[in-house]
Each structure stands twice: as structure tokens, then as C-alpha cells.
Design a protein around this ligand. Sequence first.
Ligand code: GRF
Length: 195
Amino acid sequence: MNKMRIAIFASGTGSNAVRLIEHFKEHKSIEVALVLSNKIDAKVLQSAKERGVEVVYKSNEFVSNGQEMTDLMHQFRIDWIVLAGYLRLIPSELVVNFDHKIINVHPSLLPKYGGKGMFGHHVHEAVIQAKEKESGITIHFVNAQFDDGAILAQFRCHVDEKDTAETLYSNKIQYLEHNYFPIVVEKTILNPNYV
Ligand code: GRF
């Protein structure tokens, strides 16, 4: 049986991409077939290559073109797209062609602290500033707006008075992402009606 083939899109470090690659390494029916980045020097490209995954760099102009992106995904026989720290909007043509086949992780409890400009440390700084008592992560389908598609799962953590944006991210949010994102991706692919 042919395995389901995932393309991961990532713009930065790629710690979540690495967790996904490791999670699916020996999987019976799912494989990470490609890592795409819009940043030529993104650490994720090196980390994926070291783990034997094909990588491609594409310019911001290319990744904004829905037809080119669709053709590229077909060329690599991609079934599912997973965004892991990917900072570009997905062009609407790609969303249409991969309807309910694109999954993102966002480091807050959406709809709070989502949308344009809400990425990375900006999210955690806003959570701390607002004196929130809890934060967490949201795993959701992707549509043509930032952080807006149907929610698949959310996982929560407590925010202490002593937390800074940095401790919240590195002690709590990253833990949730690394431990739950691969499992939810797997469950969603194996059973798209999951949730
Ligand atoms: C994660 O916090 C993810 O939720 C957000 O960007 C960050 C990416 O981290 N979308 P990494 O590159 O996977 O380490």
C-alpha cells in the first residue's frame, strides 16, 4: 500500500518539523516526503536533510503562487500539508486544491492571539501582557486567512505570575506542541472525521 505523503512547510528552526519527521519515521501508512521553506538559510532545511527527507527552498514570490505550489505538491505526490512555524499565507488556490488537507499549529488558544502579525514571541508577549491565567496551542485546518480554519484540537497550560514570554514558550507551549502536534496530525490523516 502506498503511504500518505506529507509536505511540511516551515520558515524557521523547525523543532516541530523534526518531531513530525521522527514521529512518522517508522510509520506504516504515513511518511514525511518533503520539507519546504521560504527561507534559504532556515535551520529546518538542514535538520530535515540530515534525517533523509527531501527539502526545497522556494522564494516568497513562488510560495504566493497557488498554481505553482499546487504543481509542486503534485510533482512530489503530496497528500497532506502540515505547517510548522510557516509564516506565509497559503494562496487560496492551494487551499482549494488541498481542501481540509492542510493542518497548522498555532501557539495560543485561538481565536485569542491569532491573525496577521501574531506569531512567535509576539503571541506569548501579548498573553503575558494581558495577564492571562492560561494559554496553550491550537491545531486547526488552514483556510486562506491567518489562523482561521476549523479547530481540530486545543491543549492548555497554566500561566504563572512569574512567567515571561520566554518561559511560557520554552517550558510550556513547546512541550505541548512537541508532544501533541504529531499525534493530532496522525489521527487526522488516519481518520479525517476525527474530533
Ligand atoms: C511554534 O511555536 C509554532 O506554533 C509557531 O511557530 C513556532 C515554530 O517553532 N507557528 P519551530 O520552528 O517548530 O521550532
